[in-house]
Design a protein around this ligand. Structure first.
Ligand code: FES
Length: 135
């Protein structure tokens, strides 16, 4: 699949986001990140390898991705370009591609490689099979 930008729109297929719960006692994990409050949003197995899913973490809509190498990434749920459902985007090891207009965003820093505003990223980690997003 090409990850190049195109103006060909596609229909969104995002499932409804699920509410997360505060992750009490989870804040000291090795992948736990800087400022913010960690929230358990589900199980890591809720996100199939190579795909993304939409969740709500502390009232914030997020898209969580589990790459095929097992790494986890979380971004804002709505694409910075025009609000597309990023959880339905295509991914590889380097970028996330929005399903609506195919703008791409680097995992490393959230910068768009195709000219859109950067995507906001959130720290995410696994804790005993639980999916924890810090917002
Ligand atoms: S909404 Fe246009 S690229 Fe995401």
């Amino acid at each position: 699949m090409s990850l190049a930008h195109s103006d060909a729109p596609e229909a969104p297929t995002t499932a409804p986001a699920r509410a997360g719960t505060p992750a009490t006692g989870v804040s000291d994990g090795p992948a736990a990140p800087g400022p913010g409050v960690p929230h358990v949003v589900g199980r890591v197995d809720d996100v199939p390898p190579g795909e993304g899913r939409a969740f709500v973490a502390g009232g914030v809509q997020v898209a969580v991705f589990r790459l095929r190498d097992g790494s986890l990434h979380a971004t804002q749920a709505a694409c910075p370009h025009a609000g597309g459902p990023l959880a339905d985007g295509q991914t590889d090891a380097d970028v996330l591609v929005c399903p609506l207009h195919l703008f791409a965003y680097r995992w490393s820093d959230g910068v768009s490689t195709s000219g859109a505003a950067p995507v906001r990223r959130y720290p995410v980690h696994e804790d005993a099979g639980r999916l924890v997003v810090t917002v």
